[in-house]
Design a protein around this ligand. Structure first.
Ligand code: ATP
Length: 263
């Protein structure tokens, strides 16, 4: 019963416009998921099956979750979100049943996306000596194979550790699109700042290009933290502050340092 309560079907309210940059990823997802859902006849005419599942990989905080939600919002899909490690901790001894329930729930909520965040916790390579993990993976694969085209259930998964994912997961008919969601490039960083700035009173002395240059290697989440810390620095100085200045951003950039390493 507790497992069911946790499994909430959401209708997210994240739009493509809320995600800065990452144009390639957005386009590929529209092509893979939106197009076939909205134009099934076109795919039939071409004699190809639309993808069943998508894996996004890349460093933490670079909008994988946000992107999965936007895909649901923009394609009119219900959204069921599961964090890999949750399936082991919350549903101890019951992980396989929880997975079957998730898919049953997705079918009844179709068209729907099942989002597996931190997939590496679930789909870890077999034979690593963990019997429970092996059974969970087997159940996950069986359930994915059981999804029929007409079920309109799409699996979207995310991981920071693509090297840990069992290869069986990535066969055609299971996860057949793999997308890299990298650290934001300059254009993406600029867009993320612009999105944050929409809601913040930014002083005239703030130079966007300077911030873009100073945030090389920052994730999207870290850029959001920089903006938040800058606003807090302004309030720290004066609770009646009306704007966030270049100096506040300088303080924030000292506080928030990028955590992603080169490899
Ligand atoms: P994790 O691997 O840690 O789960 P993730 O890749 O799923 O991370 P999100 O949870 O989507 O990352 O992003 C974290 C937060 O960072 C978002 O809620 C958002 O505030 C901000 N963010 C990251 N990338 C972007 C972006 N491209 N545009 C706007 N905001 C972003």
């Amino acid at each position: 019963p507790s497992a069911m309560r946790e499994m909430i079907v959401q209708v997210p309210q994240v739009h493509w416009a809320d995600i800065g940059g990452n144009e390639t990823v957005k386009h590929k997802l529209k092509q893979a998921i939106e197009w076939p859902l909205k134009n099934p006849q076109s795919f039939e005419r071409m004699g190809i099956d639309p993808p069943r599942g998508v894996l996004m990989f890349g460093p933490p905080g670079c909008s994988k979750t946000l992107t999965a939600k936007a895909l649901a919002t923009e394609s009119g899909l219900n959204f069921i979100s599961i964090k890999g490690p949750e399936l082991f901790s919350k549903y101890v001894g019951d992980s396989e049943r929880a997975i079957r329930r998730i898919f049953a729930k997705a079918r009844s909520a179709a068209p729907a996306i099942v989002f597996f965040d931190e997939l590496d916790a679930l789909a870890i390579e077999r034979g690593s000596g963990n019997a429970v993990a092996d059974r969970v993976l087997a159940t996950l694969l069986t359930e994915m194979d059981g999804v029929e085209q007409r079920d309109d259930v799409i699996v979207v998964a995310a991981t920071n550790r693509p090297d840990m994912i069992d290869k069986a997961f990535l066969r055609p008919g299971r996860i057949d699109r793999i997308l890299h969601v990298p650290l934001p490039d300059a254009d993406t960083r600029r867009e993320i700042f612009r999105i944050r700035f929409r809601k913040m009173p930014i002083a005239d002395d703030v130079i966007l290009e300077e911030l873009v240059e100073k945030t090389v290697m920052y994730s999207g989440a870290e850029i959001s933290s920089v903006c938040r810390e800058a606003a807090l620095a302004a309030l720290e100085e004066d609770l009646n502050a009306n704007d966030v200045t270049r100096g506040h951003f300088e303080i924030a950039l000292q506080l928030v340092l990028p955590q992603t390493t080169q490899e």
